[in-house]
Design a protein around this ligand. Sequence first.
Ligand code: NAD
Length: 495
Amino acid sequence: MKKIHNFVNGNLSSISKKELPVNDPSTGEEIGKVVMSSIDDFNNVIESSKKSQLEWSNTTPLKRSRILSNYKNLIEKNLNELAEIVSKEHGKTLADAKGSVTRGLEVVEFACGIPHLLKGEFSQNVGTNIDSWSIRQPLGVCAGITPFNFPAMVPMWMYPISIACGNSFILKPSEKDPSCSIRLAELFTEAGLPNGVFNVIHGDKEIVDLILESNEISSVSFVGSTPVAKYIYEKSAKFGKRVQALGGAKNHLIVMPDANIDQAVDGIIGAGYGSAGERCMAISVAVAVGDIADELVGKIQLEAQKLKVAPWTDAESDMGPVISKEHKDKIENYISLGVKEGATLVEDGRNYRIQGYEKGFFVGPTLFDNVTENMKIYKEEIFGPVVCVLRAKNYDEALNLVNNHEFGNGTSIYTSDGEISRHFTTNAKIGMVGVNVPIPVPMAFHSFGGWKQSLFGDHSMHGEEGIRFYTKLKTITSRWPKSIQEGPEFVIPTN
Ligand code: NAD
């Protein structure tokens, strides 16, 4: 049985004997065991991260950039292997896994520009013969805690930028699919990264608490569910850390009567059922405006029935299983609840069986119509292949739904009206907004982050926001003294 160790100081190692099974969600079989680290493991990681950081922060940004550039090449070379590791433990299709690794790779590409990104500001003669400039310096040791649904991409939103800025980074990946982070760390070492600058430690809440409480760690980046994000935010602040904590989502896609309905249906199908709905930017709510609802629901149903639900090893698969038996049960319970709440179940994905994979954690594409604002299946994040259709009389009603929902990650509108589109992008109380695109995930050189209960903290991830998060601002004011002494000044200097 494969054992998944920590990656500390350039080596695979762990002290703890405690382990947790890692499963293949397509078969339900155990395929490995991940170590659940102890306090001794944690102390080893801290020592290594602290030691490496001093030297790394003195390495020139250009040299750091060259190592990142080697890393980029190695990820490209090993893209298939990385994607297979993701698919095997997560269950998503191989094409989707490759796409997600590529989106992570784009952050590495962005971070290669670090000499330019770290350029500060300079003002000559802020006072007579006085110059002033601002620089951004590394924080020290940074930590990242990541969810199961993007085992490569989400960690890569964090560590390439943090490391490019001169920090060392400790990653605590999800215990459900921990292998990819190890391969990513090995490749970084192969690219020339000094040992200890990037360490990976496995574990659950126990290790997370040690991270949050440690005096040696300066910042915490978190992505996961909202209750845990809130906990991370509050506890990190209590222990004096800089923190960004991204939470859950319930993303709405509004379809206006003047939209190209077929394009909107494609958008809903891909973004609703892709990756079995286990994406923080998945479309879980479609809002049909005006009299298009019957046509929209009919077309979504038709397309949902055509989807091929199969393991990642099947190249024709459109969506794979969900992550675990517990998660499958949770999603199926939500579907039963929706029926009880009075929504119309148009497509039922419960008890989905695939021959030869009877123990896999599959849920079929599920579609609800006539969902209303007070239903739990609308209010709560299901995080599975379940799309809820709500019917709105007009645009204002649809916009209110988006703005009144407690989550604020992503949203999108399908319309051919520029005025409505502009009103929506200006007035939606949401962090990432799309027009005629289903999943408005920003590129690496922009920043990713939601509003409301989808993000706690002041900074989104990657792009300029990432550089700001992983550096401290310092402003220097300097005058080279004249030979004549002027005596002390008791009035605040002005110009
Ligand atoms: P999760 O919150 O259960 O776990 C995330 C991480 O926190 C894991 O590393 C886990 O080990 C750790 N953790 C879990 N419970 C903890 C606790 N009580 N105390 C401390 N640490 C704990 O999330 P998940 O199930 O792995 O991922 C799915 C969730 O992540 C969904 O809610 C999804 O919307 C969200 N997500 C959000 C974004 C975003 O950008 N906003 C991106 C991806 C996923």
